[in-house]
Design a protein around this ligand. Structure first.
Ligand code: ADP
Length: 300
């Protein structure tokens, strides 16, 4: 029996991609797609040639987060053409193939694996510096197949996105074990929705409007929340300054021997940018979403 022709085609296609990384999470809703989208925007802003591949087949949110809703994929002699945000940022998602965005994709494993294989084999990315792959949450068949395919072509590793809560961190441990089992390096863990950023600075702003002077209201806001909404304080561990339960991600990384890439605060601006399908930060160096990850990845 000769080599698998699909694998040969994938290896040939991926030979033009310098760096490949998988973005994983133990659970849905932790910000994995937001991270993948913002990381891709940031890499593209640094003038790299970037491809973003969304294989979250049951919940493709990448088209919306890149401002590409309603776009369709075109075919050429060279394969499926990605949809381009900029000339150096191309996107491929099952979302582009659904005639109605409300359609549910209810596919069994083999069909999902089939489309993943096709995405890797048939998308005409051209030469890429980075291919960011937004994977579905958890560790399933699809993960095993994508890892196998990408390993055949050389993959840099995985970035795992989590929130600071124990329930999410437990799943990250599973994710890290999965990576170890399949021999996929963990580039690092990003703790998302970790602490608040923007609301506090908005409180500062409010104090100017009301009192005419710039006063830091942060302490006051925390005191109010302790008194009136203690549960809210506990939902997202504030910053380590305010809550000793913060830093769960960093601690877990230390225990599991994987790099901690940093925290991304719960930020309404980031949420808005994702909704509007655009980059959150004009200056990529200031982008907390991607800066730590980029530092790790680009130096490789
Ligand atoms: P996942 O891909 O893990 O399912 P998403 O990236 O779709 O999660 O994020 C879920 C929701 O949370 C989205 O509406 C997104 O805009 C929002 N979100 C993600 N990260 C943040 C953050 N740091 N601050 C505020 N909102 C966020």
């Amino acid at each position: 029996k000769g080599p698998d022709p699909d694998l040969v085609a994938i290896v040939e296609r991926m030979a033009k991609v310098k760096h490949k990384m998988l973005v994983l999470s133990g659970k849905g809703g932790v910000g994995k797609s937001t991270f993948s989208a913002q990381l891709s925007f940031a890499l593209a802003a640094m003038n790299f040639q970037v491809g973003l591949l969304d294989i979250d087949i049951c919940g493709p949110s990448i088209p919306k987060m890149l401002g590409l809703e309603g776009q369709e994929i075109h075919q050429s002699n060279f394969g499926w053409s990605p949809v381009y945000v900029e000339s150096n940022l191309g996107v491929m998602s099952i979302g582009f193939m659904l005639p109605n965005p409300d359609d549910a994709v209810i596919w069994r494993g083999p069909r999902k694996n089939g489309i993943i294989k096709q995405f890797l084999k048939d998308v005409d990315w051209g030469e890429l510096d980075f291919l960011v792959v937004d994977a579905p949450p958890g560790t399933s068949d699809e993960h095993i197949s994508i890892v196998q395919f990408l390993q055949a072509t050389g993959i840099d590793g995985a970035i795992i996105v989590t929130t600071p809560q124990q329930v999410s961190l437990i799943d990250v441990r599973k994710e890290v074990s999965f990576c170890k089992k399949v021999g996929l390096p963990v580039l690092g863990v990003v703790e998302n929705m970790s602490g608040l950023c923007q609301p506090l600075s908005e409180f500062k702003f409010l104090s100017v409007a009301e009192t005419g002077e710039q006063k830091d209201m942060t302490e006051w806001v925390i005191a109010q929340m302790r008194e009136k909404a203690p549960d809210l304080l506990q939902i997202f561990a504030f910053s380590e300054v305010f809550d000793s339960s913060a830093g769960g991600g960093a601690k877990m990384c230390l225990e599991m021997g994987v790099p901690f890439l940093g925290k991304v605060p719960l930020d309404p601006q980031l949420c808005k940018a994702a909704e509007e399908g655009r980059s959150c930060f004009e200056d990529v160096k200031k982008c907390p979403v991607s800066a730590p990850a980029i530092k790790t990845i680009v130096k490789k």
